[in-house]
Design a protein around this ligand. Sequence first.
Ligand SMILES: NC(=O)c1ccc[n+]([C@@H]2O[C@H](COP(=O)([O-])OP(=O)(O)OC[C@H]3O[C@@H](n4cnc5c(N)ncnc54)[C@H](O)[C@@H]3O)[C@@H](O)[C@H]2O)c1
Length: 306
Amino acid sequence: MRGSLILSTASRPSPLPSPRLCPTDVGQGVSVLQTVEIRRSSGAQLNASTVLITGAARGIGLATAHWFYARGWRVALLDKDGPALARAMDQFSDAARVLALHHDVSQAAQVQDALARLEERFGRIDALINNAGVAVFKPILQTTFEDWLFVLATNLNGPFLCTQACAPLMQKTGGGSVVNIASISGLRASTLRVAYGTSKAALIHLTRQQATELGTVGIRVNCVAPGPVDTEMAKQVHTAAIRQDYHDVIPLGRYGTVEEIANAVGFLCSAEASYINGQVLAVDGGFDAAGVGLPTLRRDAAGDTG
Ligand SMILES: NC(=O)c1ccc[n+]([C@@H]2O[C@H](COP(=O)([O-])OP(=O)(O)OC[C@H]3O[C@@H](n4cnc5c(N)ncnc54)[C@H](O)[C@@H]3O)[C@@H](O)[C@H]2O)c1
């Protein structure tokens, strides 16, 4: 079942698939068709939309799992941290609609195994959220080759492997949506981020590559680039001084919440985003837009307008 999507002219459906608005491409609420479908199939909801979220045991991934679950989707939560995954699963009351996949996205065989289990259980996949990520923040000359390989294996190889594994199954039901979780560090260079920032910049380009080829078979691929969000990852790499610096340079003057990132991810998988493909959406309180916005000048401006 390994994805070997070699798209030739002959293999392309003709005409191009029309936007899939339902039942699988739901908006901010459950679509009418999906509601009908859910009512028809009590309990297991046989054809309900299905999403796979990697790194879903905590943080942004777990919040995203809640976003889809609250809107009637079946949710496969994949994570390499078994105990955290078990704790996350306890948060979902309808066991028929959730699936725990204890796997590592950087291992090709494990990704294949995860997809086989998902297909066996749910039979379809409509959205993939490549969220699993790791951060090593070190000065460039102290970043070892092992650090570099570790970060790229999860942050870049993971989305490559997961998307290749999911795309053929998505195609069987006419297409779907992929969202890659990059970072503001992939848009702007900074200190200590030679491996992390480079992996996220590469993921942004991978998004465009995937969108270009997979768009032809009805699979939209987009990217969310979060600014700082208060999660376990942020706690590990953001000191109190760094937190203050972020508050100073972000126009909204605060960290984002996991729910704010999940809202953007959900939107990109919804019918409302049906013509959005290959884009990077920074969800960062204006951090990227501010560019050289100097905190002192911004404070003065706020004083003038306040
Ligand atoms: N928190 C932030 O400030 C921030 C900012 C920008 C981007 N991001 C990105 O958002 C994503 C989620 O970050 P978070 O803050 O929720 O992190 P987190 O560390 O709280 O959660 C990440 C999850 O991914 C899992 N994971 C890591 N490597 C894995 C692998 N190889 N296979 C399977 N699962 C794996 C971890 O076990 C963990 O449960 C990451 O890609 C991260 O780079 C986070």
